[in-house]
Design a protein around this ligand. Structure first.
Ligand code: HEC
Length: 139
């Protein structure tokens, strides 16, 4: 076999390797990404409540790593979901932003005029966040 005939094979191998690394990036931790960009500013990257905005808030952001500990060892998924969604919480009564509303607006901006299910968009984000928080729990 001469060198020239090796080239297409090497090219195919290079493409395969490049393709695999793109797929690996697709496995990104969505909950962590969502948390780092929306929540870490107040709750801290480690979830313990020491984010950069703390000095500007009236109330201290909750330590999100002890939610299970404070609930008899069980991660309080429904309450966490409701707090993040913010539905039914009165305006101005808390420093924690109403993320459900924020994500509903984002869904509209994301899909523009394609038909979409805004509730599914919101639910997916809140669930990935809740799942990420469940992984932050102190043992
Ligand atoms: C602007 C600051 C700020 C940001 C950003 C923020 N929070 Fe909060 N969060 C708070 C504060 C302050 C509290 C304490 C309760 C209150 O004041 O409403 C809180 C409370 C909570 C609670 C309630 C814990 C309990 O005691 O049950 C959860 C869960 C929570 N936040 C999750 C999140 C998640 C997830 C995000 C990102 C999507 C987020 N927070 C973004 C400030 C923030």
């Amino acid at each position: 076999m001469n060198r020239a005939s090796e080239m297409p094979r090497l090219l195919a191998l290079a493409l395969l390797v490049a393709g695999t690394s793109v797929l690996a990036q697709g496995k990104a931790d969505l909950g962590k990404r969502e948390y780092d960009s929306n929540c870490a500013s107040c709750h801290g990257v480690d979830g313990k409540g020491g984010g950069a905005y703390v000095d500007f808030l009236k109330r201290t952001p909750t330590d999100l790593t002890i939610l299970a500990k404070r609930n008899g060892g069980v991660f309080p998924i429904s309450r966490v979901y409701e707090v993040i969604d913010g539905a039914g919480v009165g305006h101005g009564s808390r420093d924690m932003p109403v993320w459900g509303q924020d994500y509903r607006v984002k869904a509209g901006e994301y899909y523009v005029d394609v038909p979409y299910d805004s509730e599914a968009f919101v639910r997916t984000r809140i669930l990935t966040l809740s799942e990420y928080l469940s992984r932050l729990q102190a043992k």
